[in-house]
Design a binder for this molecule. Structure first.
Ligand code: FE2
Ligand code: FE2
Length: 160
């Protein structure tokens, strides 16, 4: 993603969002581990706080992607672009470094996830296309409906 065009506060919002979102997933993972270790109380504590981290992450998202600026098409395109960034830039670069540092397990994990990100990008892309086609059909229907209303109006006026 293009960080240069962003103000420092926008960058900080992104970073804060990433931190809160990460805390959410991390605590859910910790909860799973605590449960595995037989400590239900700690597992529940992690799950409870994880939920609050989601709320924190959502507050940041509301400022990063204000509701007013969004359409369904925009949502799908934003999601597609994020997945494309992961599959085309982030994971290939991480894989390269993992190989350089002789961490083959991490390298193959990055390769596998790059592939999955590419699949997700394609799913979002197809959904955006379907949505676009649907919006066109709906516009045609709306136009026909309007024409029908107009001619009905004309008929009515002719009768008066
Ligand atoms: Fe938090
Ligand atoms: Fe993904």
């Amino acid at each position: 993603m293009n960080q240069q065009a962003k103000s420092k506060t926008e960058q900080n919002l992104n970073e804060a969002f990433a931190g809160e979102a990460m805390a959410n997933r991390k605590y859910l993972y910790f909860a799973k581990q605590a449960r595995r270790l037989g400590n239900e109380e700690t597992a529940r504590l992690f799950e409870n706080i994880a939920e609050q981290e989601t709320a924190h992450a959502f507050s940041h998202l509301e400022l990063i992607y204000p509701a007013k600026s969004l359409t369904v098409r925009k949502l799908l395109e934003l999601a597609r672009d994020g997945e494309l960034y992961e599959s085309n830039q982030m994971y290939p670069e991480f894989e390269r470094i993992a190989l350089e540092e002789q961490k083959p397990q991490a390298a193959s994990e990055f390769v596998a996830q790059a592939r999955e990100s590419a699949e997700h990008a394609e799913i979002f892309e197809q959904a955006a296309k379907r949505f676009h086609a649907l919006a066109k059909v709906e516009a045609i229907h709306a136009g026909r409906y309007e024409d029908a209303l107009k001619s009905l109006d004309k008929d009515n006026r002719a009768r008066i």
